[in-house]
Write a protein that binds this ligand. Structure first.
Ligand code: ATP
Length: 451
């Protein structure tokens, strides 16, 4: 008997320790089972308490009266499925007649504390069927990406959503994106995650790093082109526009050939071309974009106009040519000059890290999801990396990328350096490899001696 008590005490102690120290492990070992049992046992009473029941139908009441039996209980949405996940539980409910998805959405907070979960979100999956995604712990506190993610061509995992699902950057669905955030809000870490994932694909990376190259130049081995100042950036953007023209010519030539072949598919973008003809897609990463738009003289104004015009053209026409923009900065509004709002309208993928004021948040979401702007302002400063990710459909979610150091991304880029394509148009911008790759490291500089 005493052996059983000791075992139980040890199990509870281990569970408590895990819950505090490694919530993910706790969830996988104990949490999911406890939570699933709790949901199954309390389901009907919780639904009733959360006002998610409907009175029994009239014929049932009439039948009960006729048979002189007690009137049956209120009807509860039918639990179609309960699925544990690595971060929580997913419940699928069939709503009762007269209920709609808004009833469940309005009750999510009540469901959260009734089922003792960390967060509950609801989504209508089809008419009359709602999915409740519940997380058992704060998944954004220490982000751990699942070991198995659903990778596809030009679709990379970058962060975790608060409902525990993986947030993907899907270039074919959303070709161009804007990421904003105040200083120290986590933009660079987000970009590093993106580059680390893109580095593994058959894709060319072109980078414009107006922070004097400190973010992107260490990753040079996996970049086909890099620019660390506005003048080189303007030339690089022009080169990308001319590459885009070349790809369009190729698509047209293929269309002419296919037009004469009955039933042959006519290519509308690079993904319709046969594999052996398809040009390598290019992702253009621009860090601190405002630096390209700031001007202090007439000459700089010309250069600025060149940059913005090239970016607008790439954003309008780049998708079919497989050129995708990933633009990052602290602010991105009309105060940066003409053409910026036109460019912003093309950047349909939006991510906002913590911002300091409403106008910055509105730059990301004002035109697509105003409630997301509010959420971006409320990101706490002690949670760098937390961001609001939205899309042009008006949907948004809270996400956080896993923490990754510059060293780790450099390692990934070096490991996949053999995938770096040499694109003729971008050859003048091919970065010189880091010093250590070409020559032995110089003698370590010693501290100056005082005389
Ligand atoms: N996802 C994350 N998880 C944990 N810590 C993070 C995360 N993202 C950023 N941080 C931390 O927050 C700090 C600021 O991050 P980062 O350099 O990415 O911000 P930033 O927005 O690029 O800042 P700046 O604009 O000044 O360069 C760093 O110390 C970083 O380690």
């Amino acid at each position: 008997m005493s052996g059983l008590v000791v075992t139980l005490l040890v199990v509870f102690a281990v569970a408590g320790l895990l819950r505090w120290w490694r919530p993910t492990w706790y969830w996988l070992t104990f949490g999911a089972t406890f939570a699933a049992l709790r949901v199954l046992v309390r389901y009907s009473s919780v639904m009733d308490a959360c006002r998610l029941t409907v009175p029994p139908s009239r014929w049932r009441m009439a039948l009960a009266r006729f048979a002189n039996r007690p009137i049956s209980q209120p009807r509860v949405p039918r639990l179609l499925r309960l699925r544990p996940t690595r971060t929580g539980l997913v419940l699928r409910l069939k709503l009762c007649p007269g209920q709609d998805a808004f009833d469940v959405a309005a009750a999510t907070d009540r469901l959260r504390h009734s089922f003792v979960m960390y967060r509950v979100m609801s989504q209508e999956v089809r008419s009359g069927v709602v999915e409740l995604r519940m997380t058992g712990y704060d998944v954004l506190k220490r982000v751990q990406m699942p070991s198995k993610v659903d990778r596809a061509s030009m679709r990379v995992p970058v962060a975790l959503r608060e409902d525990g699902s993986v947030h993907y950057r899907d270039y074919r669905a959303v070709p161009h994106a804007l990421t904003i955030g105040a200083t120290e809000s986590g933009k660079s870490v987000y970009l590093r995650n993106l580059v680390a994932e893109l580095a593994k694909l058959d894709v060319a990376l072109a980078g414009i790093d107006c922070k004097q190259g400190v973010e992107l130049f260490p990753l040079a081995r996996r970049f086909s082109a890099l620019a660390d100042n506005s003048d080189t950036a303007a030339d690089l953007l022009d080169a990308l526009v001319s590459r885009m023209g070349g790809v369009y010519q190729l698509i047209r030539a293929e269309q002419r050939i296919a037009a004469d072949v009955p039933d042959a598919e006519i290519a509308a973008d690079i993904w319709d071309l046969p594999d052996d003809l398809r040009p390598t897609p290019v992702v253009v990463v621009v860090d601190e974009v405002a630096e390209l738009a700031l001007v202090a003289s007439k000459d700089e104004e010309k250069r600025r106009d060149r940059c913005v015009t090239a970016l607008v053209r790439l954003s309008q026409l780049g998708r079919a040519a497989g050129i995708y923009l990933e633009i990052c900065g602290q602010r991105f509004g009309s105060e940066l000059g003409k053409g910026i709002t036109m460019l912003r309208a093309q950047l349909t993928g939006r991510t906002a890290h913590r911002v300091n004021d409403e106008s910055s948040a509105n730059m990301a979401f004002g035109d697509i999801a105003p409630d997301a702007a509010l959420a971006a302002i409320h990101i706490p400063p002690d949670r760098p990396g937390v961001a609001i990710a939205g899309d042009s459909t008006g949907g948004w979610s809270r996400i956080r990328a896993p923490h990754i150091s510059l060293r780790q991304v450099v390692n990934v880029c070096n490991r996949y350096a053999h995938l770096t394509p040499d694109l003729p148009e971008l050859a003048p911008f091919r970065p010189a490899l880091p010093h250590s790759a070409k020559a032995p490291a110089p003698a370590v500089e010693t501290a100056p001696t005082t005389v």
